[in-house]
Design a protein around this ligand. Structure first.
Ligand code: FES
Ligand SMILES: [Fe+2]
Length: 399
């Protein structure tokens, strides 16, 4: 019996620290993920003056962005930066209705039910129906927020957040697109898919990956690094594709070209649990294109569109046997359909007890060992590995 850091005495068995799937409050994996800054929305999807309900790791929150300032700037040219987003508790402290249904007023949020108003620090500042307001006694929880590269990051852990990490490669010139999709399975199905280069030859046999050379079955190997795990896929000619899993839930790869104009792209994506049976991915794609070609790409219709609804519907039709994947051709979102089938097909929570891992699963085994080691250290209040991101991590394509 071990006294856990959240104060509750609970039995800790090996099953606890190999449980990477359950991420609700108080779970080991959930506590671990909450120790890192995580993206939870795209900047472009959060309008000024709107509040949204948000579920992350089986917890509910309120996300809003203040109203745009109506004040014109003196030079008439410059524009004010958009107001920063705020992440607050889900419920009003008065009688608990959900705050996202209310009204954003300036940089504050007014509750839908009886009009209590909160500022961006969570402090209650108005109680319209109270003859003797007691606002000063009412404060709801708020969370640190950063906006970076088109994504809204939050820190959901206890105490001071760690320094906000930057990804210099993704700040470089080129066409940058924030991406997102929702998938109806546990986030760890996706994490393991990301360190599984063998699947490309089967799952993505009809795709830009294989069109551009990732056809043959690779020899897979990998190693733990300062920032996570590097995965290498060596193909018969000797060329090696290297991708990176940055702890705890980030994948960095070279992505396949959309067409001859774009070349291989750099892609980074965070897999974020919504709850234990659904996850969302937030990412950045950087196309290394400049000048007129870049402008053409920026104007391309549908750039960065969230096509989850279409992808999940088609994948559902394939998984229920209505159609076969070979019958859908090669739509632009084919890779999403293919990965959805593979990952949701494992079950919303994959059954790892009844797998039969082989030599080619060597990096999957490695990443599980790394995670289990860290979760065990967390359970026993021992020091965790301090992951360090180098100035530049290169994913390579090797074709
Ligand atoms: S529940 Fe929010 S003001 Fe009453
Ligand atoms: Fe894939």
């Amino acid at each position: 019996m071990i006294q856990s850091t959240n104060g509750s005495a609970q039995p800790q068995t090996q099953a606890d620290w190999t449980d990477v799937d359950h991420t609700g409050p108080g779970t080991l994996a959930g506590r671990y993920l909450r120790m890192f800054w995580q993206p939870i929305y795209r900047s472009q999807d959060l309008d000024h003056g709107r509040a949204k309900p948000l579920r992350i790791m089986s917890e509910d929150f309120t996300l809003y962005r203040g109203e745009a300032s109506p004040v014109p700037l003196p030079d008439g040219e410059a524009t004010l930066p958009p107001p920063l987003p705020h992440l607050l508790a889900f419920r009003c402290a008065h009688r608990g209705t959900q705050l996202s249904a209310g009204w954003v007023e300036g940089d504050d949020l007014r509750c839908f039910y009886h009009g209590w108003k909160y500022d961006a620090t969570g402090q209650c500042i108005e109680q319209p129906a109270e003859p003797e307001p007691f606002c000063q006694r009412i404060k709801i929880r708020v969370y640190p927020v950063e906006e970076y590269l088109g994504l809204i990051f939050v820190y959901l852990g206890d105490g001071e957040p760690p320094p906000f990490p930057r990804y210099p490669l993704f700040e470089e010139d080129g066409v940058r697109t924030a991406t997102t999709y929702r998938r109806d399975c546990n986030y760890y199905n996706s994490i393991e898919n990301g360190v599984d280069p063998v699947h490309v030859a089967f799952v993505h046999r009809v795709s830009a990956f294989t069109d551009n050379g990732l056809i043959d079955l690779p020899h897979v190997f990998g190693e733990e690094t300062d920032y996570g795990v590097a995965t290498h896929a060596q193909r018969p000619g000797g060329a090696v594709r290297t991708t990176h899993h940055m702890m705890p839930n980030i994948l960095h790869i070279k992505g396949s070209p959309d067409d001859s104009e774009t070349g291989w792209t750099d892609q980074i994506a965070w897999r974020i649990p919504i709850d234990d049976e659904h996850h969302v991915s937030y990412g950045i794609v950087l196309q290394h294109v400049e000048g007129e070609a870049a402008e053409r790409l920026r104007q391309r219709p549908g750039r960065g569109a969230d096509v989850s609804a279409t992808v999940n519907e088609i994948a559902g039709d394939i998984m229920t046997g209505k159609i076969h994947v070979d019958e859908i051709g090669k739509p632009p979102y084919i890779v999403g359909v293919q990965d959805t089938i593979a990952q949701v097909g494992q079950g919303t929570l994959a059954d790892r007890l009844h797998e039969h891992l082989g030599r080619s699963d060597v990096v999957i085994s490695l990443i599980r060992r790394v995670w289990a080691r860290e979760l065990q250290a967390l359970a026993e209040d021992r020091p965790l590995k301090r992951w360090a991101l180098p100035e530049r991590v290169e994913a390579t394509i090797g074709v």
